[in-house]
Design a protein around this ligand. Structure first.
Ligand code: FES
Length: 120
């Protein structure tokens, strides 16, 4: 029986994410990268499953981000590795937009409930 639960928290404003770029947010011990590509927003774990590089500063194109360290390319939609046979996927997280706010649903096992990025 799974005991995993989740929480949905506001991480950013749409104005914080320039087109074709990503930004990193920390929630507890979890690093989350939010990307904007062709007007769509995506949330993935900001940790390359190959060797641990941050992904938020990688080049974004056609729904994918490329890791700056060794070039693994990940789908922003489902996290699959697109250019390395048997390459590990990166985790993705559900994201929704309400007004100008970006909310991401994260597993609570990895992300203590303290929204450190919440603006006051
Ligand atoms: S650390 Fe990302 S491809 Fe190697």
């Amino acid at each position: 029986m799974s005991t995993e639960t989740s929480q949905t928290i506001r991480l950013a404003s749409v104005k914080d994410i320039p087109e074709g770029e990503g930004r990193e947010y920390r929630v507890g011990d979890l690093f989350v990268a939010i990307f904007r590509d062709q007007g769509e927003y995506y949330a993935i774990e900001d940790y390359c499953p190959h060797a641990g590089a941050p992904l938020n500063d990688g080049p974004v194109s056609q729904g994918a981000v490329t890791c700056m360290w060794h070039g693994w390319k990940f789908s922003l939609r489902d996290g699959s590795c697109m250019n390395i046979p048997r390459g590990f996927p990166v985790r993705t997280f559900p994201l929704k937009i309400e007004g100008e706010d970006i909310y991401v649903t994260l597993p609570t096992g990895d992300a203590p409930v303290n929204d450190m990025n919440q603006e006051s």
